[in-house]
Write a protein that binds this ligand. Sequence first.
Ligand SMILES: Cc1ncc(C[n+]2csc(CCOP(=O)(O)OP(=O)(O)O)c2C)c(N)n1
Ligand SMILES: [Mg+2]
Length: 564
Amino acid sequence: MVTPGHNIKRTGAEVFAEMLAGYGVTHVFMVPAVVRRTYAEMERRTNIARVHCHGEKSAAYMADGYARASSKPGICMAQVIGALNIAAGLRDAYLAHSPVIAVTGGRDPKTKFRKVYQEVDDVPSFAPVTKFNATVDDVARIPDMLRQAFRVATSGAPGPVHLQFRGNEGQVDVEEAVMEALVEEQFARVPPFRPEPQAANIKAALNLLQQAERPIFVAGGGVRWSGAARKLVALAETLQIPVATSLNGKDCIPGTHPLSIGVVGTYSRESANRAVNRADLVCFIGTETGGMTTHFWAVPAIGTPAIQIDIEPQALGRNYPLQASVLGDAKAVLSAMLASADKASAKKREAWVKEIATIRVEWYAKYKADLESNAVPIHPARICAELTKHVPDDGIVVVDTGHAGMWMGGMYDLRKASQSYMRSAGHLGWAFPAALGAKAACPDRPVVCFTGDAGLWYHIAEIETAVRWKLNAVVLVNNNGGGNQSKRGFDRAYGGEPTARSRELWTYNPMNFARLAEDMGALGIRVENAANIAPALRKALAANRPVVIDVASDIEMLAPTAVT
Ligand SMILES: Cc1ncc(C[n+]2csc(CCOP(=O)(O)OP(=O)(O)O)c2C)c(N)n1
Ligand SMILES: [Mg+2]
């Protein structure tokens, strides 16, 4: 490392590669050609894997999965023509507050507006999907801008950053300047700081929770970014307060915990919506209280007494009038509450906790037949139940959106606090590349992806990437031959009388994804009978190679919709 004052010139590529390694980056996800010299320097100076993907959007999703699995920023890169594909891929990271840093090639001031091959002004397109969107025009700015990128991506509510390097391939990196590869390790992961709450705010919130007879927590992604799940469960147990979660916060409490009532909102579990709507006080923690989590502000109804805890001041009270609000890191807030919680107040909530137990039992009873169904083609609820049983204790489950989000959000249970759950924040096709990123970040943990067939089609070429880079995720495809979440909507559009041809709008030709995966070098397992799901999972988890389990499921099965 060069110390200031030595006046030694270094290339941007050397410094960029060394800094990424210094921040603990193990993988970058990219489509060439961008910062080529940096990749050469990475090989010389670091152990960073340069994961060469089939598309920039999937590279961004891999970086996102990497970030959500490890809490370390995920890095993706593209040359100028791929920049907007990267921008499209940052959208899910933006929605889920995931710290992804995208580096793209971009315009050179010397040739701007002269119709340079492949060039448009990309920068404005990154504005809606980033927390910080900047250009690196001078090689000497690489170190400070990269530090700022890590700082912004990991701080407060985390989120994506875009740096556009000068040159269509970001070739500003080949230039030289006197620079130091200075790294601020603090910002190498989320959270860099744990802002402490104000004592008076803690007291006010705790008083309300302790006085309430039917309070409930609604925990979101902020709890998982803060690493506060165990503290949340500890406080819930101490005060005997049930916990519902957002989809993004599903792994804040194991589904098997007696105080867990499920995912609340639109893609939800009926028991959670019922419980939240019966609460006399809702404590939102680390959730944006957005439309998905509140079923468009119907669960709970606006006006329900509420408390909110968040790291972003502007989140507090955005959608629900509050009786108390606490600004701070979720773990710091929960620790402070635990320190002065009055355990004796739990007695007040005995009846409520009993009611919660009944709601839990009623939910399992209502869906028992589906969860245990032996139907052929297979019922998706049975797939979820098999995953509940067979995902290993340290497993990371990565779930797509649409029906995948509904089935798994509602029907799957985490059994252990050591299991993780990550979900698409809305983009179909996100889960498979994100699962590869998660596996890159956590090679020692089993990664199981749940996706529909429409979801897998999006980035299916990345099976080859998984094989090439030994990203040994297990992908389970709920394969019903179409995007059947769309069925209800199209049936409605036909006035309840769909024609035979209306199915053109949401179905595909049948496909055996296991065979396709085999041809791409992965292990493929086809399952047509529910009894074979468990053996397939066992085989897949022991295979030590990328696996696609193709489960033939029932195209007529629609996931239950939200109750209010
Ligand atoms: C990028 C994007 N485009 C479109 C949609 C709308 N959408 C949601 S679910 C879905 C179909 C899902 O099909 P599949 O993954 O096969 O799951 P299934 O509903 O069949 O279980 C579509 C098109 C979306 N969520 N994201
Ligand atoms: Mg489908």
